[in-house]
Ligand binder design. Structure first.
Ligand code: FEO
Length: 409
């Protein structure tokens, strides 16, 4: 994409990373992701956040700087809101091209600049309330927001324009087109980025939800007219929408969550699949919103997104070698790591010579302190009988009632 002016003296730059990569080396990005940087120009010029040497991201950024007629040596300050390498991986080479640039970051950020990139000079440490006057009416103010998403993180605010450079906070997956502002997107495009922001939140930020709530509260006195995150679209029209959305996502950490169910199941020889048909029928008849995933065919990134917002989880899992079906154990382990806690749960599944799935389920719930309330279960030997199917159907009907009664109103 091209460099884009957001307001007088403020430009958005973005490097798009393709769908063929994994974010954090782990999460699929079927629609890509953007690494956003920003230029703030007063009498002096600041570049906010950098890119990683990932695909051709440095070249994309350099091309956009050239579009603005900016040589590297005209940039006086490099603001590093967050040191994770998706925003700093290019730092050592960037510094070689602009050896006199002043790096601005928090104290913990400065430690990481030294330890990750062996840079010792021209580092300015800032804390909440510190400011840099760029001249010509432009000022940068800094606010520490620890653990959104690493301990060293801060955000940068430009008061004259009301622009918040929020780094990971308020971000999303999804590459950008020239229509990179919320005011330019159709309803369908908003739906796309809404799910990509939920998936990004569940994958990357969810574990730090209490810090997200703290940061939103700490920044609530700022007059914010534009939100510029480091991933995804820029919010110039309705910045409050993404703040409210993130506040809602953060609230799922303690619950209650939405009156929805995520159904996750796996099957070895179609016996658990046969029972899943009955589960799905009841869910469809009830009209409740549900999201269905089969493992291992579907990826954990998307499962976490829907599980994060759902008050109810239904798990269909056969027993495998005296334990749970291994792909389901992986799902539950990841839910533990990402703090998908306090959910209502119903489970069902087939076993052959002995059970074992339930024992491992209870062990994982305990290990990760998930606090799940298992309100019903239905396991069966081999193929489910008609009686088994009826028991499963009734169990799911009762479960739906429990979910609706306990969910966010
Ligand atoms: Fe986009 Fe936590 O880095």
């Amino acid at each position: 994409m091209n460099a884009k002016q957001l307001s007088p003296g403020i430009w958005h730059l973005a490097a798009n990373i393709s769908k063929d990569n994994l974010f954090e080396g782990l999460w699929p990005i079927p629609h890509g992701v953007s690494l956003n940087s920003y230029i703030v120009e007063g009498a002096d010029i600041a570049l906010i956040d950098l890119v990683r040497e990932w695909e051709d991201a440095p070249k994309q950024l350099e091309t956009q700087l050239k579009e603005l007629g900016l040589e590297f040596n005209r940039i006086k300050y490099l603001i590093l809101n967050h040191l994770e390498p998706d925003h700093t991986g290019w730092l050592a080479n960037f510094k070689k091209r602009n050896p006199h640039i002043e790096i601005v970051t928090t104290k913990k950020g400065a430690d990481l600049v030294r330890e990750f990139y062996f840079i010792e000079d021209n580092i300015r440490v800032v804390k909440t309330g510190d400011k840099i006057d760029l001249g010509d009416g432009k000022t940068l103010e800094f606010y520490e927001v620890p653990n959104v998403h690493w301990p060293e993180t801060m955000v940068t605010y430009e008061p004259a324009s009301g622009t918040l450079f929020s780094c990971d906070a308020f971000g999303s997956y999804g590459s950008l087109t020239e229509k990179s502002c919320d005011c330019e997107l159709s309803e369908k495009e908003h739906e796309f980025y809404e799910f990509e922001s939920l998936r990004y939140y569940a994958n990357i930020v969810a574990s730090f939800s209490t810090f997200v709530e703290r940061a939103i509260k700490a920044l609530s006195d700022l007059e914010i007219k534009t939100i510029c995150p480091s991933h995804g679209i820029v919010w110039t029209d309705r910045p409050q929408d993404i703040v409210e959305r993130y506040a809602r996502y953060a609230s799922y950490y303690k619950g209650p969550c939405e009156p929805e169910i995520t159904l996750i199941w796996g099957s070895m020889y179609d016996n658990t699949a046969y029972a899943t048909d009955a589960v799905r029928d009841v869910l469809l008849e009830s009209g409740i919103t549900f999201h269905e995933y089969r493992v291992p065919e579907q990826d954990i990134s998307h499962i976490l997104a829907h599980a994060w917002k759902s008050q109810g989880l239904i798990l269909g899992m056969p027993t495998y070698e005296y334990h749970m079906f291994p792909p389901m154990a992986h799902v539950i382990d990841m839910m533990g790591r990402k703090h998908v806690k306090g959910r209502k749960v119903f489970w069902y599944g087939s076993f052959g010579w002995s059970g074992g799935a339930e024992k491992e389920l209870n062990s994982l719930i305990e290990q990760h302190k998930l606090g799940w309330d298992i309100t019903g279960k239905a396991d069966f030997r081999g193929r489910p009988t008609e009686e088994d199917i009826e028991k499963i159907k009734q169990g799911v009907r009762d479960f739906i009632k429990t979910v609706m009664e306990s969910a966010k109103k």
